[in-house]
Each structure stands twice: as structure tokens, then as C-alpha cells.
Write a protein that binds this ligand. Structure first.
Ligand SMILES: Nc1ncnc2c1ncn2[C@@H]1O[C@H](COP(=O)(O)OP(=O)(O)OP(=O)(O)O)[C@@H](O)[C@H]1O
Ligand SMILES: [Mg+2]
Length: 255
């Protein structure tokens, strides 16, 4: 079974950046094969990983809906969809990637959605680890193909607003029908240290900060130059923290 790590949080807190850095760290420590799932309809993870935008599962679903009886003779519909999904998995240097695209649709999509979800779950199981980058908020997660995750990283800003939104997201995650092995609270773009004011805000919200990822100018440069975060040097302070986090998470994966 793959070790599934999902990244969630409010808009713009750095979810995709941290998902990309996790991909970098897992590749570096040799966790392979690795699957990265971009579950944000406004997909941007391929670019952060140096890949071109690719055909999405949403687009594939549209095609299947338009022509559901196109299944070639001699194979089941499930097998056929599995083949189609496999064709859409982008193979990059050392990892694979699936882009979900737009997921919501009228109820008539249910059948195809379920087939797709089952096929994606099966696909995920072929990997040592799966990283799932989500859209902002939490509500959509339970409807997606990532119903069970080993680790949920909740990303937030290092300020009182960040503490309040993180508390809401965690509350929502707890109320959803989502199996989460472990939740970790990640403060992103910090000054590198946990200031007393920030600590007080999180204490007041009843939250324990698990990891602080520093504000890293190199990340902004990479963004501006559209360079893959996989190449972020290990002396970059954010990369160092995520390397350590990846190491801890994978050591815990004793299954
Ligand atoms: N630790 C960091 N240091 C410097 N810049 C960062 C850091 N983390 C994220 N950024 C920058 O912040 C911006 C937002 O990051 P990102 O796109 O990862 O957020 P997001 O939560 O995925 O946003 P969205 O909700 O729109 O998907 C980007 O320009 C990114 O380069
Ligand atoms: Mg994002």
C-alpha cells in the first residue's frame, strides 16, 4: 500500500510549493515509485515540477461521458479506463503525475466518477508514496479520490489569522468522512523562528505547531523563472526543513 500524504490549507498558503518540495525530498531519499496528484482544479503543480500542463482526469471523464460505449472488444470497462488513465500519467524524471482537473458535475457523472475513482485508487497502490496537492479549503476533499490518507499536512500562515483558519480547517477535516492517520500543522513562510506572538496565537487556538518552513527567497526566484522546485538546492532553508520532514514521515511508515 502506498503511503499517502495530502496537503491542505487556505488559498495561497503554500500548499503546492510544499507538495513540490515533498516530491523533491522523497525523490532525493529514494522513495520510489512516486506519484504526485494535482487535485486542484486550477492546477499549477506541473509547472512547479517542471512539467507541461497535461490532459486532466476531468477531460478524460468528459470524453467517456460523451462516448461511454467506445470500449474495445474483449476488455472490461474498468480495464479500459485503467488503460486510459495510464496513458494520461505523465512520467517525469523519477516520478509520475496525474492532474485531476475539474471534478464536479451533474449527477449523471456519478457512474464514471466512481469508475475513475476506483481506477485511481488502484493506480495509487502501485506506488511507494503518493503526494496529493489539494485546492484551498477542505470541503471538496471527502468527495475526491483521496478518501484515506496517512498524513494530512495542514498549511497555514504564521499569524493569528493563520491560526484561526487552521483551526477551522482541522475542525472541518475532523467532521468529514475522511480517514486521516496523522495530522500535521505546518507554518509556512515563517521568519525561521517561532516568535512568541505567533506561538501565543496558535496556543490560543489550541493548536500545536509541528513544523515551521522558513520564507525562502530562492522559492520566489524559482517561481519567477519557472524553474522546477525539484532543483532547489539542499542548502535552501525551506528544502532543508522539508527534507527532514520527509525523512521523519517515511521512517514512521512501518507498514
Ligand atoms: N516558504 C516559502 N518561501 C517563499 N515563498 C513561498 C514559500 N511558500 C510559498 N511561497 C510562494 O507563495 C506563493 C503561493 O504559494 P503556492 O502557490 O504554493 O500556494 P497555494 O496554497 O498552493 O495556493 P493556491 O491556494 O492558489 O493553490 C507562490 O508564489 C510561492 O512561490
Ligand atoms: Mg496550489
Amino acid at each position: 500500500m502506498a503511503f499517502r500524504i495530502a496537503v491542505a490549507g487556505k488559498g495561497g498558503t503554500g500548499k503546492s510549493t510544499l507538495a513540490a518540495l515533498l516530491c523533491r525530498s522523497l525523490l532525493k531519499r529514494g522513495t520510489r515509485p512516486l506519484l504526485v496528484v494535482d487535485a486542484d482544479p486550477n492546477s499549477c503543480l506541473p509547472e512547479k515540477l517542471g512539467l507541461k500542463a497535461q490532459r486532466t482526469m476531468g477531460e478524460l471523464r468528459e470524453e467517456l461521458r460523451d462516448d461511454p460505449e467506445k470500449v474495445p472488444a474483449g476488455i472490461s470497462k474498468t480495464e479500459w479506463i485503467e488503460r486510459l488513465i495510464n496513458q494520461e500519467v505523465a512520467e517525469a524524471a523519477g516520478f509520475d503525475m496525474v492532474v485531476m482537473g475539474r471534478q464536479e458535475g451533474p449527477s449523471c457523472y456519478c457512474y464514471i466518477n466512481n469508475l475513475l475513482r476506483n481506477c485511481l485508487d488502484k493506480l495509487g497502490d502501485q506506488y511507494a508514496a503518493v503526494i496529493i496537492d489539494n485546492e484551498a479549503g477542505m470541503e471538496h476533499i471527502s468527495r475526491r479520490s483521496n478518501g484515506a490518507v496517512d498524513v494530512l499536512l495542514v498549511v497555514c500562515q504564521p499569524n493569528p489569522t493563520g491560526a484561526r483558519t487552521a483551526a477551522r480547517i482541522i475542525e472541518l477535516a475532523d467532521s468529514l468522512d475522511l480517514q486521516v492517520g496523522r495530522q500535521l500543522l505546518v507554518l509556512n513562510s515563517t521568519s525561521g523562528t517561532r516568535t512568541p506572538a505567533v506561538q501565543a496565537a496558535f496556543d490560543a487556538a489550541g493548536l500545536r505547531i509541528d513544523t515551521c518552513v522558513p520564507l525562502d527567497p530562492a522559492i520566489l526566484d524559482f517561481d519567477a523563472e519557472e524553474r522546477s522546485l525539484i532543483e532547489l538546492p539542499e542548502e535552501s532553508p525551506a528544502a532543508t526543513v522539508i527534507d527532514a520532514l520527509a525523512e521523519t514521515l517515511m521512517k514512521e511508515d512501518q507498514r
